[in-house]
Design a binder for this molecule. Structure first.
Ligand SMILES: Cc1cc2nc3c(=O)[nH]c(=O)nc-3n(C[C@H](O)[C@H](O)[C@H](O)COP(=O)(O)OP(=O)(O)OC[C@H]3O[C@@H](n4cnc5c(N)ncnc54)[C@H](O)[C@@H]3O)c2cc1C
Length: 145
């Protein structure tokens, strides 16, 4: 019998682990795609209001991004960063670590990485229940909207 794994949450962590495990198990991912890499549109203005950029510090994460990089879904971003104090922009600097963004917006990266995965859209997991002494787990989930 194939191993079944439920991944709770389809943010970057969820879609990354689901892709890494899909060759050894049947994976179901619960919830909509993106988590804290959302992009919003207000009239003509499109903006990322979660992560503005990300870094790659682990070679396994770099490997998992290769397809997205080849497809042009991510690119390096060399903009200046700044920090705010009470009276305005206090410091501008060029971070030393290479930074990346989704193209044209951050939410395209988790969306691209979720292609081919079994995503149970908008399903919220309420509980994980198990049976004593048995390696058998059940998810209690529902669709709030
Ligand atoms: C305003 C803001 C700015 C940020 N800026 C940056 C930045 O510039 N650079 C950077 O690297 N990081 C930044 N971050 C952090 C970055 O966005 C997060 O670290 C990253 O997106 C977390 O990914 P994740 O997959 O671990 O979790 P999340 O993105 O939080 O995804 C978890 C998902 O799981 C879902 N979930 C949770 N519980 C359940 C359940 N019971 N059932 C079903 N689904 C569930 C949630 O709804 C969510 O969609 C920022 C975050 C915020 C909020």
């Amino acid at each position: 019998m194939a191993i079944k794994i439920a991944v709770i949450g389809a943010g970057m962590a969820g879609v990354t682990v689901a892709r890494a495990l899909r060759s050894i198990a049947d994976i179901s991912v619960f919830e909509g795609v993106g988590g804290w890499m959302p992009t919003r549109r207000i009239e003509e203005v499109v903006f990322d209001h979660g992560a503005q950029y990300f870094t790659i510090r682990d070679e396994r994460f770099r490997d998992s991004l290769k397809a997205a990089q080849a497809d042009g879904v991510i690119q390096s971003w060399n903009g200046e960063a700044g920090s705010l104090s009470g009276d305005g922009l206090s410091q501008r600097f060029q971070p030393a670590t290479p930074r990346y963004v989704g193209v044209p917006s951050m939410n395209v990266l988790p969306k691209a990485m979720s292609v081919g995965l079994d995503i149970q859209l908008d399903e919220q997991v309420l509980a994980v229940t198990g049976e004593n002494g048995r390696c058998l787990w059940r998810l209690v989930h529902w669709r709030p909207r």
